[in-house]
Design a binder for this molecule. Structure first.
Ligand code: NAP
Length: 240
């Protein structure tokens, strides 16, 4: 009997996460949409009912009790997790110039984009380790590329949101370190830059479609022998 492939996408109720859930379900994965709001999650899962097997799990990545409850809930439903996509992320309207940004604004970005990823990954890793081919994908950003940030001419500098950049650079460091820790196991860990994709996070000002934005993430989540500890964009390798 074939083992059913399973996947969890945090922040899967809309945007890039929803598209990843849709594509994984279309490939036959049993998918859990992690949603901090149950109703938004249910509405998203209902939209995907015709595509495949999609369920909702209430999951606020910033809330330790919510993360722990979600991990217990998932462990009651499956004995392994093949794909964990750390997708949930935020920007802050109070992010801006380093000389002016309020410390609390930066802390709140880190709560989701770094500490959220850390506590979700720690909570679900035992289930991922039970997969024969665990795949962890972190949705990072080109904004987290320090070499691009260091280049004044790079387009990412026009946004002037250093807090978001710092949170994504930090999550890249987490991802690299986790990949090192898990080397020699079947679990791979990679980060992606989806590109500038039209979603709510940028008031739909992005120039790419969600289908384009998730292409690399889906590839890394589903391919037979992915690399580990890498940072990728649609065209290839994203610079650190
Ligand atoms: P989006 O449409 O705003 O979706 C963000 C998702 O994250 C939503 O489902 C949101 O849930 C969820 N979320 C936020 N805080 C959460 C929390 N504490 N717990 C659980 N879920 C939470 O934006 P998106 O573009 O799809 O963003 C997805 C990821 O891509 C983010 O990590 C973002 O940084 C990254 N990214 C996006 C772009 C781009 O151009 N779009 C570029 C580079 C990187 P609610 O619906 O409840 O708010």
């Amino acid at each position: 009997m074939d083992v059913i492939k399973t996947a969890l996408v945090t922040g899967g109720n809309k945007g890039l996460g929803f598209e990843m859930a849709r594509q994984l379900a279309g490939r036959g994965y049993k998918v859990w949409i992690g949603s901090r709001d149950r109703q938004r999650g249910e509405a998203a899962a209902a939209q995907l009912a015709a595509v495949g097997d999609v369920a909702v799990i209430e999951l606020d990545v910033t809330n330790a009790a919510s993360v722990a409850a979600a991990a217990r809930g998932l462990a009651a439903e499956t004995d392994h997790l093949d794909v964990l996509i750390n997708n949930a992320g935020i920007v802050s309207p109070n992010d801006g110039k380093p000389s002016e940004t309020a410390v609390d604004a930066i802390k709140s970005i880190f709560e989701t984009n770094l500490f959220g990823v850390l506590q979700v990954t720690q909570a679900f890793l035992p289930l991922v380790r039970k997969s024969l081919s665990g795949r962890i994908v972190v949705v990072s950003s080109g904004m987290g590329s320090l070499s691009r940030l260091a280049n004044p001419a790079d387009s990412i500098n026009r946004f002037g949101t250093w807090g978001y950049s710092a949170s994504k650079a930090a999550v890249n460091a987490l991802m690299i370190s986790l990949a090192h820790e898990l080397r020699g196991t079947p679990v791979t860990v990679n980060a992606i830059n989806p590109g500038f994709v039209a979603t709510d996070i940028n008031d739909n000002k992005g120039v790419l479609t969600v289908e384009q934005g998730v292409r690399r993430a889906i590839e890394l989540a589903t391919m037979e022998s992915p690399p580990t500890g890498g940072f990728f964009n649609e065209a290839g390798v994203e610079p650190w």
